[in-house]
Design a protein around this ligand. Structure first.
Ligand code: DGJ
Length: 553
C-alpha cells in the first residue's frame, strides 16, 4: 500500500508566530506574503461551517423582552452537523439575552451552548448581535430599546426615527463596549483551554436602514463639517467637507461608513483587549440584483463594508480582521465578482454566511480553490422550513455542500497548505460553460462538464432544467501528482505547449482518503496502464477523491 505523508511542513509553519496560552494556542489569522491562513490549535484550518437560525441558540434563562426563550433549540440542531460533515457551528449571542438588566450578565445559557458544542466535537463562531442586526432591533435588551433618549435612533430626512440605532450614540457605544468586553472576558475564562470558539463576529450586517445617514442635528452638523483629518490622510485625500472629499453621490454613505466603522472598531477593540480572538464583520450586500436602484440605506444598510467602502473600513477599523460578504446571490457571475472584491491583499476571504441550495456547492469549491477562502458557512442549518428531519438531519438544500465538506474536510490540511499558490486551483460548471482550462506547472488540465446547461454554442436546444453541479478541485502535491476532489465532471491532462510533447499519460490513479494525514488508497482505477493517454478521467455525481500520477517525458 502506497502511503504518503502530509502535514509536516504545516506544523513547522504554524509553530512560528503562536503565543501559547495555558493549553492550546489562541486561534489566529496569519499572513505570509499575500496568503492568509487561519491557524487553529497552531495548524492551518479550513472552516467548513453552518450557521443556525437567529433564534436557535437560546436556552432556558432570562426573557429580555416580549420574546420567550425557546428551550434547548441548539441541542436539536447539533446532531445534524455530523452528516453535514461540517467542523464549525456559527451561533448568535443576543445582547439582550446575556445582559437582560443593565450591568447584570447571565452567561448560563451561553456556557451550556459551548459545552454542548464541545460534546459534538465542533468548533464555533460566535455572532455578536449587539447594537446592530441588519436594521432589526429585536435582539437588543429592553433597557436599550425602551430608552431612545439615552440610546438614540438614527433619524431620516424628515426627522422620523428609524429602527436603527445611530452610530453617533455615545452611551450606546459605551454600553455595547461593556457588554462585548464582558462576553469576551467570560469566553476567555470558559474556553481558553479548549478553544472551541475560534472566531467572533462583531454585530450583524451593521448599517442604517431607511436613510443613507442619520439626520439628527448632531449628525447634520458633523456632515456639513470637515472629514476628520486622520481619515482623509489615511485615504490619501485632500481635506474638506464630506461632499468635497467624497463627492455628492457618495458623501452620505462615506459619512455613515466612517462613524459605523469607528464605532464597531471601538467595540471590537474592547473585546480584543479582553480576549484577542480573530474578529470579523459580515455584510448585507448591495450591488447587482438588489432592488431600489442600489441605494445605500434603501437596498442595503448604509455604512456596511460594501466593495466600494472597503478602503474606508480598512482605514477606520483596524481591529476587525476580516470583512466577510454574506452572499445569497445564486448567479455564478455575481458570486465570483463578490469573491474577487473581498479576496484582497488586506482582507482574508471568508464566507461567514451564504445561502442554502445546490448552487452553493459549486461556489464552495470556487471560493476555496480559486479565491483562497479560509472558510465557508451556509445559513439556516437546522431550520424546520428547510426540511430538517425530526431526527435533526438537515434538509436536501444542504446535501450538496455536505458532499463537498465530506471531501474537503478529509483533505483540508493539503488544501489549506497550498491555498494562495498556483498549485491549488478549482473549476466549476457555470451557465453554458461546458469546460474550463486550468494551467499548472508541467500540466494543462481541461475539466469538462456534462451538458446540464446545454452546449455553450448552439441553436434551438432545450433550455436547462437542472442546476449545474460539476465542480473539481486540484492540488498539485508533486510535480507529476495531483490530488483531485470533484463531482460530475471529466478531466483531461496534457503537457504544456512548451514541453514539445503532445500527450501525458496516467501512471497511477487511486481513489482514497487521508487517515491521520496519511493517504490511504481505497481502490485503484482499473484499466490504467503506463500507456493510457491522460484523458477522460471521470468524477462521479456523488463525488470522489483521487490521487493521480502522470508522466510525459
Ligand atoms: C442575513 C442575516 O445576517 C442572518 O442573521 C439571517 O437573518 C439571514 N439574513 C436570513 O436570511
Amino acid at each position: 500500500m502506497l502511503r504518503k505523508c502530509v502535514g509536516l511542513s504545516l506544523m513547522l509553519f504554524a509553530a512560528a508566530s503562536i503565543a501559547l496560552a495555558q493549553g492550546k494556542p489562541i486561534p489566529q489569522i496569519v499572513k505570509q506574503a499575500s496568503k492568509y491562513t487561519f491557524l487553529v490549535d497552531g495548524k492551518p484550518f479550513l472552516m467548513l461551517g453552518g450557521q443556525v437560525d437567529n433564534f436557535s441558540s437560546w436556552l432556558p434563562g432570562p426573557s429580555y423582552h416580549n420574546i420567550e426563550p425557546i428551550p434547548d433549540e441548539i441541542a436539536k440542531v447539533l446532531p445534524g452537523f455530523k452528516s453535514y460533515n461540517a467542523n464549525t457551528i456559527e451561533f448568535p449571542v443576543h445582547w439582550g439575552y446575556i445582559e437582560p438588566r443593565e450591568g447584570e450578565f447571565d452567561f448560563a445559557g451561553f456556557d451550556q451552548i459551548v459545552r454542548d458544542i464541545r460534546v459534538h466535537a465542533l468548533r464555533a463562531v460566535v455572532l455578536w448581535f449587539g447594537t446592530w442586526k441588519g436594521g432589526d432591533d429585536t435582539f437588543q435588551p429592553d433597557w436599550v430599546r425602551r430608552n431612545p433618549g439615552r440610546f438614540p435612533l438614527a433619524l431620516d430626512e424628515d426627522g422620523k426615527a428609524l429602527r436603527t440605532l445611530t452610530p453617533l450614540g455615545a452611551a450606546t457605544l459605551e454600553a455595547d463596549r461593556k457588554a462585548f468586553a464582558a462576553l469576551m472576558k467570560h469566553l476567555r475564562e470558559l474556553d481558553e483551554n479548549d478553544r472551541t470558539v475560534i472566531l467572533v463576529q462583531v454585530e450583524n450586517e451593521a448599517g442604517i436602514l431607511g436613510a443613507a445617514r442619520d439626520h439628527s442635528p448632531e449628525a447634520n452638523k458633523l456632515f456639513h463639517g470637515p472629514v476628520p483629518e486622520e481619515f482623509a490622510t489615511a485615504l490619501k485625500k485632500q481635506p474638506g467637507t464630506w461632499a468635497q472629499v467624497f463627492g455628492r453621490q457618495f458623501a452620505e454613505e462615506a459619512f455613515t461608513t466612517y462613524y459605523m466603522a469607528r464605532y464597531i472598531n471601538s467595540v471590537a477593540q474592547a473585546g480584543k483587549d479582553a480576549y484577542p480572538l480573530p474578529l470579523c464583520l459580515n455584510v448585507w450586500m448591495g450591488g447587482p440584483g438588489t432592488n431600489a436602484f442600489g441605494r445605500p440605506g434603501d437596498s442595503y444598510p448604509s455604512g456596511g463594508g460594501q466593495p466600494h467602502t472597503l478602503d474606508l473600513w480598512k482605514a477606520a477599523a483596524p481591529a476587525i480582521d476580516v470583512i466577510a460578504p454574506d452572499i445569497y446571490d445564486r448567479s455564478a457571475v455575481n458570486y465570483r465578482r463578490i469573491l474577487a472584491d473581498y479576496a484582497r491583499p488586506d482582507n482574508p476571504l471568508l464566507l461567514v454566511e451564504t445561502g442554502e441550495g445546490k448552487e452553493y456547492a459549486r461556489y464552495c469549491f470556487m471560493a476555496i480553490g480559486e479565491y483562497s477562502a479560509i472558510g465557508f458557512a451556509q445559513f439556516g442549518v437546522g431550520i424546520k422550513e428547510y426540511g430538517t428531519t425530526p431526527e435533526g438531519e438537515f434538509g436536501p438544500q444542504f446535501a450538496d455542500v455536505a458532499a463537498d465538506y465530506r471531501l474537503l474536510r478529509n483533505a483540508a490540511p493539503v488544501i489549506a497548505e497550498l491555498q494562495g499558490t498556483k498549485k491549488l486551483q478549482s473549476a466549476i460548471e457555470e451557465e453554458y460553460i461546458a469546460s474550463r482550462l486550468l494551467s499548472f506547472d508541467r500540466y494543462d488540465v481541461q475539466v469538462r462538464f456534462p451538458p446540464a446547461m446545454g452546449r455553450q454554442y448552439g441553436w434551438g436546444e432545450p433550455r436547462p432544467l437542472t442546476i449545474p453541479s460539476g465542480r473539481a478541485l486540484f492540488a498539485q502535491v508533486q510535480p507529476d501528482e495531483f490530488l483531485i476532489l470533484g463531482f460530475d465532471s471529466t478531466i483531461d491532462f496534457r503537457p504544456p505547449v512548451t514541453s514539445g510533447h503532445k500527450e501525458a499519460r496516467f501512471v497511477q490513479i487511486e481513489e482514497g482518503r487521508y487517515d491521520g494525514g496519511v493517504w490511504t488508497p481505497i481502490r485503484f482505477q482499473p484499466g490504467v496502464s503506463a500507456k493510457s493517454p491522460a484523458r477522460g478521467l471521470a468524477l462521479p455525481k456523488e463525488g470522489a477523491m483521487l490521487r493521480v500520477k502522470l508522466a510525459w517525458d
